[in-house]
Write a protein that binds this ligand. Structure first.
Ligand code: ATP
Ligand code: MG
Length: 249
């Protein structure tokens, strides 16, 4: 039997929203939102560029206690604020247990986190944090290497992990390694909310998939996602696919 979820749901306090006509409330995914069930161990957010995945996932992360710039909860990386005010209008419904650890991956700010870890380790006191990242400076590893060392070394049991497009750093094998590690962590009581375009990550077993679009947020079976359908028809008959794609008007 799976553990209780760390986070059961996120609610938009619609009555307090000042104006559904402007960003971030105007995004179709947010405009119709009242409650989104997040009780599955792995929830995946899919949808076209600009459909609101990052807006939603950042607000969720901040409302759940993460730094808006990304990182673990005890990091205080502060740069230019680039997240929306949406987090002030949502409420995170928690389960009965608390996470012991966690991480918010904000794709654009992973570099800031790497810098912050180096700064912390340069100061006296405490064991070097870099040890838990595989012992090699994250700046001296490739984007994907550093992300995988983070996932393999820093992510632990009973953790809450909010990841925005983790595949941006990863090869196909890297995505498979991520899925494998997610599976171990889920068995150890962790929970994931992941925004992704990857047809591989979307295929995580028994994940709940929400597709964000002009029509709002819809739970969608894997085989009915555009990522699955398009990838499948491309691979089934690439020449035919490209023939139509590249045909003159
Ligand atoms: N600071 C902002 N001010 C106004 N509009 C914004 C702002 N940030 C994002 N938007 C708009 O909100 C919409 C949702 O953006 P968001 O970044 O959440 O999309 P996304 O689903 O994460 O896209 P992608 O797949 O490209 O990462 C987009 O139309 C975008 O142009
Ligand atoms: Mg995004």
């Amino acid at each position: 039997m799976a553990d209780e979820p760390l986070i059961r749901a996120v609610r938009l306090r619609r009555e307090d929203v000042p104006d559904f006509g402007r960003y971030p409330f105007s995004s179709p995914a947010i405009r119709g939102l009242s409650k989104l069930d997040l009780s599955a161990p792995v929830t995946l957010l899919a949808g076209e560029n600009g459909s609101g995945k990052s807006t939603l996932i950042e607000a969720l992360a901040v409302a759940a206690g993460f730094n808006a710039e990304g990182g673990s909860k005890n990091m205080t990386v502060v740069t230019r604020p680039s997240h929306s005010e949406l987090h002030e209008y949502i409420r995170v419904e928690r389960g009965s247990r608390r996470e012991r650890t966690g991480y918010f991956l904000r794709a654009e700010s992973f570099f800031n986190v790497a810098t912050h870890i180096e700064e912390l380790d340069a100061a006296p006191g405490g064991p070097p944090i870099i040890d838990s990242y595989g012992g090699v400076s994250l700046h001296e590893q490739s984007h994907g290497e550093s992300f995988l060392s983070l996932v393999l070394n820093r992510f632990g049991a009973d953790g809450l992990y909010v990841l925005d497009e983790p595949e941006a750093a990863l090869s196909l094998r890297g995505c498979l390694a991520l899925i494998r590690r997610m599976h171990e962590l889920v068995a150890d009581g962790s929970q994931f909310v992941v925004a992704t375009h990857s047809p591989i990550i979307l295929g995580y077993p028994d994940a709940r998939i929400y597709v964000l679009s002009e029509d709002g947020i819809a739970e969608t079976p894997y085989e009915e996602t555009e990522q699955y359908e398009l990838t499948r028809s491309f691979l089934d008959d690439r020449n035919r696919f490209l023939h139509y794609l590249l045909a003159d008007e």
